[in-house]
Design a protein around this ligand. Structure first.
Ligand code: SER
Length: 394
């Protein structure tokens, strides 16, 4: 069975053999001046080069980039979504065009990774009132014999209301137990693994589209999703990468249900990676996202048994995570920060319980109550709601 590490090597080697230079995967923290909190896709650090600036390593690049998406937080726990995940990518900075990228994508999935051709389906941009259908991609897939579903919004890639954008073509693999049926938009057993974006335009703030003088191709392949398919697992949580979590958690906190185990694995691992990139818990920005991940870990742990503690967590899964993400922070430092945060949160909950037991708060709370609890006692609304639900369930 192919491992996660072998999957990474196979991908990068495939593109290096085709003239792509390896760029170092960067931190979750984007470069200074970038308005986003976290790197959300492999192309993110390459944005200026896709827009036209010459890249010092040339016009064909490949890499592995760690990403964090808070937009997917509520989906964490299903079979495919993770808070921190890794994206394998390939780029043409004004070099080859979309059809070449799609052909290589098909070759790598089928010949390199051995995925059965019959298990592939793709989507392409079907056109809207501004831009016509992506015929080039459509024809390429027809030639390769892969079924195509055209869509409008799902196949238009952009990073935000303005900036780089273009039509994309997504490759899906069938994960059902019986033979493939339906299409990606109607059957979610088609799992998206690889997106090829034909980066052709810049959208301005007045909504107009300006064609790029040097169009490029940007692809991103979800590592854990691909490995899930290659290792023939039902979810990303069952792949080799998650083994330290899937063996440790039931041993520590035996009676966890499946959805709690998934959430804990995802959130603890993500917190470690964020800490590994030098972020510390705080009340705003990146530190706040980290704090929310740790606190959600703790409320999940304490829901069934308030005596559970992160002090029980052995050092190995922390070491394994930092090592996998090639991060240099010392595992014991990471563990110390997690435990400090647990203590701080424990104290806050205690204070919250005392406050909420006062007569004044034993009724439905007004906006003024929430404001007072936050401004005077540092108790955020979601925490007050959590404590009220806890009280109610007793
Ligand atoms: N930018 C594309 C994505 O986010 C591919 O890298 O999916």
């Amino acid at each position: 069975m192919i491992t996660t590490e072998q999957t990474i090597r196979t991908f990068l080697e495939f593109f290096r053999e085709r003239g792509h230079e390896l760029t170092p995967g960067e931190s979750l923290v984007p470069p200074p001046g970038d308005p986003v909190l976290f790197t959300t896709s492999g192309m993110h650090p390459l944005t200026p080069y896709l827009a036209g600036r010459p890249h010092p390593l040339g016009r064909r690049l490949t890499n592995l980039q760690r990403c964090l998406r808070t937009t997917d937080l509520d989906e964490v726990g299903d079979d495919t979504h993770l808070t921190v995940f890794e994206m394998l990518g390939s780029w043409s900075l004004g070099d080859y065009e979309g059809p070449q990228s799609l052909r290589w994508g098909h070759e790598l999935l089928c010949d390199g990774f051995g995925i059965d051709r019959e298990r592939l389906h793709v989507t392409v941009f079907g056109g809207d009132e501004h831009v016509g259908p992506d015929h080039e991609s459509w024809d390429t897939w027809d030639e390769l014999g892969v079924p195509v579903e055209p869509t409008v919004h799902e196949n238009w890639w952009s990073n935000g209301p303005t900036g780089l954008c273009g039509p994309d073509s997504e490759i899906f693999v069938w994960t059902g137990l019986d033979s493939p049926r339906g299409t990606p938009t109607i059957d979610d057993r088609w799992v998206e693994v690889w997106n090829h974006v034909m980066m052709r335009y810049v959208r301005h703030s007045d909504g107009s589209l300006e064609p790029l003088t040097r169009p490029g191709v940007d692809t991103g392949l979800g590592l854990e999703r691909l490995v899930r398919i290659l290792q023939d697992k039902q979810s990303v949580f069952e792949i080799d990468l998650f083994q330290p979590w899937s063996t440790t958690l039931p041993r520590l906190w035996g009676s966890l249900d499946e959805s709690s185990t998934r959430l804990l694995s995802d959130h603890m691992r993500s917190s470690i990676v964020v800490l590994g990139d030098g972020i510390v818990p705080s009340t705003s920005g990146r530190g706040h996202v980290l704090r929310r991940l740790i606190r959600r870990t703790l409320t999940t742990l304490w829901r069934d048994d308030p005596t559970r503690t992160l002090s029980d967590l052995p050092i190995e899964p922390i070491e394994h995570t930092l090592e996998h993400f090639r991060q240099e922070r010392h595992p014991h430092d990471v563990r110390t920060t997690l435990l400090d945060e647990e203590r701080r949160f424990g104290r806050l909950l205690q204070r919250g319980r005392q406050m909420l037991s006062r007569n004044r708060f034993r009724r439905s709370l007004s906006e003024d109550d929430y404001r007072y609890l936050y401004d005077t006692h540092g108790l955020p609304r979601d925490l007050v709601m959590y404590l009220n639900a806890e009280d109610f369930s007793k």
